[in-house]
Design a protein around this ligand. Structure first.
Ligand code: ZN
Length: 473
């Protein structure tokens, strides 16, 4: 026997019920609730604004990222932008992403100071991230100083200085415009994925497989539900194009284009995760169609996530910022450096040795540590965002996700400075580009000590509270 407490209603009675005004109002209300996303219905409104400023050079520049390039750029394929997202009005947090190989520490600190002076925003509340496009201008004399086989000419260095100024002004202007455009918005996030990142390492014929395909999305919508800003993070080098010599934002630039075309007037910001040892699949010499397809893959996943129920973020994040000293091995002796400067076959190695000798001659000590900016934004128990400087390998993101769980953690690299690669103990043991040769491009006198990994992980976990760990969710 079954029981049913609902009284049976005959078909004509149903039509009579539907026609009653009270039933119609109830039906309309139910429809409105069902068609409003969870984020919109549950998030309090926060003043949020986003803007972008064109920072494409209209003069010859030297592109960064590949030491093999020897000439001025050959035209512009895609414009470059500084994009800003400003969340909150009294004590806002600011995210800036720049279509650039990096935002060097020297430019990041100047920008942060100007934002403090103009708008009273403290350093800890500002994130300055590069997309790591290898088709953007070299931005500063002190960034990747020994990437080129021979030093640039003075005319080329002056173009570097000019572009650095243009980037700095673009960053500050984008933030200023985003503040002016602020309006009440809801904020929410969701976790998606994209599949084109592949681990690029092969050492002694053993290929690494570690990869992080997570694509977290932070979205701001206005009172009408229109998307105002989208911020995504993906752990992959921005190098689908390869070493062609024209200006382009690479896959990150096309991902932003795709998001901004899907939502007219909105701003699509792209950050790069711990993808220092990941390259895009099927990359190569000027593959523009493949580059665009990688951008489209990101924009499509953003569209899918926006159509789903997203997790509301109800208040501004708690922010923390510090510089952490990461230990280097002892530098070679002066005799060894002199030998390298005189005889090494690799021109970058000779170039670095000459630079180190110059430093020693002027009485300057060689570096024993690398100072890395580490920053966190924690939105209650819903989401923690970790922003690391440097080219950070995937092991760090995977280990942090083991500690905190993958479903409420966001880990970005290339933030606030990119002083060099940040290898893990595994990669230091294996050797290869990310452990060794890349340190020459970044003008470091030696590789990292194995303590680099526990030192960095400890500094991050100290910035997120103990009770926030996975088991206590
Ligand atoms: Zn890189």
């Amino acid at each position: 026997m079954t029981t049913d407490s609902t009284p049976a209603i005959s078909p004509p009675a149903i039509f009579k019920q539907i026609l009653k005004p009270g039933f119609l109002a109830f039906f309309l209300l139910t429809w409105i609730i069902a068609n409003t996303s969870a984020a919109d219905s549950k998030s309090p409104l926060i003043p949020i604004g986003a803007a972008r400023v064109d920072i494409t050079p209209d003069y010859p520049v030297r592109l960064s990222g590949y030491g093999s390039r020897t000439a001025w750029n050959d035209g512009v394929e895609q414009k470059l932008w500084a994009r800003a997202l400003v969340i909150g009005d009294k004590e806002p947090v600011v995210m800036v992403t720049v279509d650039s190989i990096a935002v060097p520490g020297s430019i990041a600190e100047l920008a942060a100071k100007q934002l403090k002076d103009k708008f009273g925003i403290s350093r800890a509340r500002v994130v300055l991230a590069g997309t790591h496009s290898h088709n953007a201008p070299h931005p500063a004399r002190d960034y990747l100083p020994t990437i080129f086989a021979t030093s640039l000419s003075e005319e080329e260095w002056r173009a570097v200085d000019r572009y650095g100024q243009q980037m700095l002004q673009g960053i500050v202007q984008a933030v200023s415009m985003a503040i002016q455009k602020q309006k009440p918005c809801s904020l929410s996030w969701a976790q998606g994925s994209a599949g084109f990142a592949v681990n690029r390492r092969k050492v002694k014929n053993v290929a690494s497989t570690q990869v992080d395909h997570a694509l977290p999305l932070l979205a701001a919508r206005d009172e009408k539900g229109e998307v105002v800003a989208m911020l995504v993070n993906y752990a992959c080098h921005c190098t689908t194009l390869g070493a062609v010599n024209y200006v382009c934002g690479d896959w990150a630039g096309y991902a932003s284009d795709g998001m901004e075309q899907d939502h007219e007037g909105a701003v699509g910001l792209v950050m790069i995760g711990c993808g220092a040892d990941a390259n895009p699949r099927d990359r190569g010499n000027g593959k523009l169609a493949v580059t665009k397809s990688h951008g489209t893959e990101i924009a499509r996943e953003v569209q899918r996530l926006l159509g789903k129920k997203m997790i509301p973020l109800k208040a501004l994040p708690e922010v923390k910022f510090q510089f952490v000293d990461l230990p280097l091995e002892a530098a070679p002796s002066r005799a060894e450096i002199e030998q390298t400067a005189a005889t090494d076959k690799r021109s970058q190695r000779r170039h670095l040795a000459q630079r180190l000798l110059k430093k020693m001659d002027s009485g300057e000590a060689l570096a024993t540590t690398v100072s890395l900016p580490v920053q966190t934004w924690r939105f209650g128990n819903a989401l923690a965002m970790v922003f690391l400087g440097g080219e950070v390998v995937v092991d760090y993101a995977l280990k942090l996700k083991q500690i905190y769980g993958p479903d409420r953690l966001w880990v970005s690299a290339y933030c606030n400075d990119t002083p060099c690669y940040i290898p893990s103990v595994r990669i230091l043991n294996e050797g290869g580009y990310e452990a060794d040769f890349s340190m020459i491009y970044y003008a470091k006198p030696a590789r990292f000590q194995p303590q680099v990994e526990p030192t960095l992980l400890k500094s991050i976990t100290a910035m997120l509270p103990d009770n926030w760990q996975k088991q206590n969710k």
